[in-house]
Each structure stands twice: as C-alpha cells, then as structure tokens.
Ligand binder design. Structure first.
Ligand code: SF4
Ligand code: SF4
Length: 270
C-alpha cells in the first residue's frame, strides 16, 4: 500500500518532538567533571609496597607493555645464627599506555594486589612517547583508586586493606622514630649549649676570683715588705726625741771676727 502523502514528514517531526522532550545527556566536560562508575577502567595504579617483582604481570600482558627492572639485595638474618635472605628490589615499573588495551589481565594475575584500576582518565598527551608512565605516576594514580565496597558482616578483611594498614603503621612508626630522634638531638644540642654556657660562666668566675686573690696577695706582700725597708725619713719616736731634745754638743764657736773685716749683716738690719 502506498504511503500517505506527508506521512514521512509527520514521522520525522514525531522523532524530533520525542528527542526534544528527552532529558539531555550532554556532559559539559571539562567545565563539569563526569560522574563515572567507581570501577571504571581509566588507568592502572601501582601500590609498589605490595609488588614483589614476581614479573607475572609483565609475562601475562598480551601487549608486552609493562616494563620492570629490579635488583637483588641481601637481607641480614633476623636472629643470630639465622640465614641471610635475598629479595628483589623494584627499580623501574612502567606501563606504555599507547599499547595497553585495558584488558585488565595484569590486575587479575597479580598475586600480591599491587595493581588496581583507577577511574582517572585525564592523562592524554600530544606525543605518543609520553604515554609511557613510570612508577611515580602510577603510584600517584593509586590514590585515586576508589575504596572497595563495604564487606558483608563477618567477612574476612581484604588483603589489600591489611597490607595498606601494615604499610601505614610502618610509615607512622618510622615518622614517630624520626621525630623522637630529632627531639633527642634538639635536647642534646640544648644541653650542650647550656653546659658550654655554664662552663664559660664558671671560668669567668674563677678568673675573677683568681684576680682578686692575686690582688689581695700583692697588697699583703706590699704591707709585709714595707717595714723591712728602712725609711728614708725618720719619723719614729726615737728620732722625734732626738730632734726635740736639745743638742748637748757645744756648738762650735764662731771664729773670732776679724776687726779688719766688716761685720756680716744680721737679720733685722736695714
Ligand atoms: S591492561 Fe592488559 S594490555 Fe594493559 S598493561 Fe594490563 S595486561 Fe597489558
Ligand atoms: S604481578 Fe604484581 S607483584 Fe608481580 S611484578 Fe606485577 S605488580 Fe608486581
């Protein structure tokens, strides 16, 4: 049956009207951040404290886009007579997100819960070579990983939470130990400074006392040595007596005046 004339136009107008009345789904990104599902596969975060460098993720990755470098370290025995152990230390962990196809195999196979999906997606680059992100960046993304859903009542605590708590406790203990060491060092420095000031004060006091003692000794020595030296001017009673007593020796008679010479003028002569 032939369509009625104008029915196509009516159908088109009906579609337009239906769409116009629907709620808009346009996201005003980047002015408004999208609300993504919590388990979105945005990027991979690395919790490197859990990584034992077992290389399982790198081996299982279908794209071979995980790069891991490590070295071995010898750990001394925990107790005397114990055996030394060797452990792998992570040097490099990088993921090339220009190759990654977000399959999630690496996260699934990691036996130590060191890899997680993060909903973070704002890491576009203009150069494809800059899409290889190293461990520091992967660690930053780790903090954007949403918390797991609440557990059922009586369920066992997830390993990642226990590991995170263990790491947090370890870091807190280290920070506390460092703070205590810093406080002890500050106290020791303060005590040393006070001791140095006390020593300086004691030395100054001793020097002052020694000077005073020396001055007193000099004064005493001067007082003790003065009578031994004969006085230049006799002032004792004997001398005073000698001076006050009349001379008994007859004064020498003045020579007879020469009548031929004029007499010496006397006091009171004009
Ligand atoms: S998500 Fe898949 S492709 Fe990407 S790094 Fe992990 S295993 Fe490789
Ligand atoms: S599988 Fe997990 S523990 Fe092993 S190397 Fe990869 S991230 Fe580290």
């Amino acid at each position: 049956m032939a369509p009625l004339p104008g029915s196509g136009l009516a159908k088109g107008l009906a579609v337009t009207l239906r769409t116009m009345t629907k709620k808009t789904v346009t996201a005003q990104y980047p002015d408004v951040q999208p609300e993504l599902p919590p388990r979105s596969r945005g990027v991979i975060g690395l919790f490197e404290e859990n990584c034992t460098v077992c290389m399982l993720c790198a081996r299982e990755c279908p794209d071979w886009c995980i790069y891991i470098d490590s070295h071995k370290e010898t750990v001394p025995a925990a107790a005397p007579g114990g055996r030394e152990r060797s452990r792998n230390v992570l040097d490099r962990f990088a993921i090339d997100f220009s190759l990654c196809m977000y399959c999630g195999i690496c996260i699934e196979v990691c036996p130590f819960d060191a890899l997680f999906w993060s909903p973070e997606f704002e890491y576009a680059e203009t150069d494809i070579h800059e899409l290889t992100h190293e461990r520091d960046k992967l660690r930053e993304w780790m903090w954007t990983v949403p918390a797991p859903p609440a557990l059922d009542a009586g369920a066992e605590e997830p390993k990642e939470l226990a590991a995170a708590r263990k790491t947090a406790d370890k870091l807190a203990a280290e920070a506390e130990k460092l703070a205590a060491q810093a406080a002890e060092a500050a106290e020791a420095a303060e005590a040393e400074k006070l001791a140095a000031e006390a020593t300086e004060a004691t030395e100054a006091t001793e020097a002052t006392e020694a000077t005073e003692v020396a001055e007193a000794a000099e004064t005493t020595a001067a007082e003790t040595t003065t009578p031994a030296t004969p006085p230049t001017t006799a002032t004792g009673p004997a001398e005073q007596t000698a001076e006050t007593e009349p001379r008994t020796e007859p004064r020498a008679e003045p020579p007879a005046s020469d009548p031929s010479k004029p007499a010496a003028p006397q006091d009171g002569d004009a």
